[in-house]
Ligand binder design. Structure first.
Ligand code: TRP
Ligand code: MN
Length: 451
């Protein structure tokens, strides 16, 4: 298990959980060969920039905002959908940058977030048992025998969709759409009249005034032009299907190091983070920043094991731990971890995912999450870090740029009877735009000490 034995396919000698059973292995090999030759989606230099930023996050000099779909879909693949997801993340970033007075590192769950781990390999509906939906890079959500057969050609389709998505994101983030002087345009019509939308518009007014003042005194254009005009935006997804990730791994010609060029940041899920498993084996060898999702069962020894395997040189920004404890369990689970790790001196960016520990079935049997629970886990996360003297590095959300009704609550309240109105996710329930603005304002308030 020494580093010298690592290569992009060394994970094949380890146990890989949550992999589809591909019936057509020849097609899989063909897809692997294609993906291995296609251009990378990200450049190693960008990945190093993100790692440096995450090092700042671990020290408390920057704040991570990570968010996007639970799972991307092949059908909801339009310029408007990509634009609207970017809009809401930019709005949240503005709220947080203003509230925290520190840089906000913007990372989307996008351009590759296609695969899902499942609690059961089979799904039963009305007595019929079929393979579970594992994300559209594997099979189709429709409940029929044909639709659920894992098809490796979908990995290739996911690659091309990701390429097209990242292309548009790069155009938007560098081409003027994300210019700070456009911040009124990110507020969408359907939230403009909501309390959150109005609050955002007020902030946008204030910032617009400040920017005009700065321009009047000469701080505009020139050296500061690109700061206002462009936004640094990174991509991330769960590194679940190892065929896809390893086929997109490239040796960087500048450094000779390997990078998983499917995204800037990859994370390992709570269900696939075994120290002797294939996912940890694969990711230990690539130089990207790595996230690991951790739930209430994780131990200090388990985290030290992850640090040893994934970050043996204790490089700042390499390892981000994304806690998804649940609002009722974070108070018990997180403090002993922070205390146990304090004397170890490991560089870790601590992030709060207040979504995945708070999923439940409403009485109507619809899978949902409540804003009360999400906000409660966030508050606990920040107060625990404050009490322990550690750094709360950032937040991780499942959200969308649409006006969906998937999570309950918020100051423009979604109640249970609304859930069926626009419930569009193919996996977990996401925050809508108004709810996303709500959480951004709340985090900003907490960190300013006014909650
Ligand atoms: N470039 C700066 C940043 O990324 C400022 C900025 C430009 C910005 N456009 C933005 C910040 C949109 C938030 C949202 O922070
Ligand atoms: Mn999810």
């Amino acid at each position: 298990m020494s580093n010298s034995s690592w290569h992009p396919q060394s994970w094949r000698q380890f146990k890989a959980l949550q992999q589809p059973e591909w019936p057509d292995l020849r097609a899989l090999e063909e897809v692997y060969a294609h993906l291995s030759r296609y251009p990378p989606l990200v450049f190693a230099g960008e990945v190093r920039d993100l790692k440096a930023h995450l090092g700042e996050v671990a020290r408390g000099d920057a704040f991570l905002l990570q968010g996007g779909d639970c799972v991307e879909s092949f059908s909801d693949f339009t310029a408007n959908a990509i634009r609207d997801k970017l809009k809401v993340l930019l709005q949240m970033a503005v709220i947080l940058t203003h509230g925290l007075s520190k840089p906000v590192i913007k990372v989307g769950r996008i351009a590759g977030q296609f695969a899902k781990p499942r609690s059961s390999p089979m799904e039963v509906q009305d007595g019929v048992s079929l393979p579970s939906f594992r994300g559209e890079s594997v099979n189709d959500p429709f409940f029929s025998e044909d639709a659920r057969i894992p098809d490796p050609r979908r990995l290739e389709r996911a690659y091309f969709q990701s390429a097209s998505t990242i292309n548009l994101l790069r155009a938007f983030t560098n081409g003027g759409f994300a210019d700070l002087r456009q911040l009124h345009h990110w507020n969408q019509d359907f939230v403009a009249q909501s309390p959150q939308g109005q609050r955002y518009a007020l902030l946008a007014d204030q910032l617009g005034e400040t920017l005009r003042f700065m321009k009047a005194i000469g701080i505009d254009g020139g050296q500061h032009g690109s700061v206002l005009h462009e936004v640094e935006y990174f991509t991330s997804h769960e590194a679940l299907i190892l065929e896809y990730e390893s086929a997109l791994t490239r040796c960087d010609s500048l450094t000779g190091d390997f990078y998983d060029c499917s995204a800037h940041m990859l994370w390992i899920g709570e269900r696939t983070r075994q120290l002797d498993g294939a996912h940890v084996e694969f990711l230990r060898g690539v130089k990207n920043p790595i996230g690991v999702k951790i739930g209430p069962t994780v131990t200090v020894a388990g985290i030290l094991g992850l640090c040893d395997r994934l970050n043996p040189d204790n490089e700042p920004g390499r390892l981000t731990l994304i806690g998804r404890f649940g609002h009722q369990r974070i108070g018990q689970a997180l403090p002993p971890l922070l205390r146990g790790l304090a004397p170890e001196g490991r560089s870790i960016a601590w992030i709060c995912d207040p979504m995945h520990g708070n999923t439940y079935e409403a009485p109507s049997r619809i899978k949902t999450r409540s804003m009360d629970h999400i906000l409660s886990e966030l508050k606990s996360f920040f107060s625990i870090h404050q009490a322990e003297g550690t750094v709360p590095g950032g937040v991780h959300f499942e959200l969308t740029g649409d006006n969906v009704t998937e999570c309950l609550g918020g100051s423009h309240e979604i109640r249970e009877e609304h859930l069926t109105e626009r419930y569009e996710t193919t996996c977990d329930p996401r925050l809508n735009v108004a709810q996303s603005l709500d959480v951004a304002f709340l985090v900003a308030e907490i960190l300013r000490g006014s909650v």
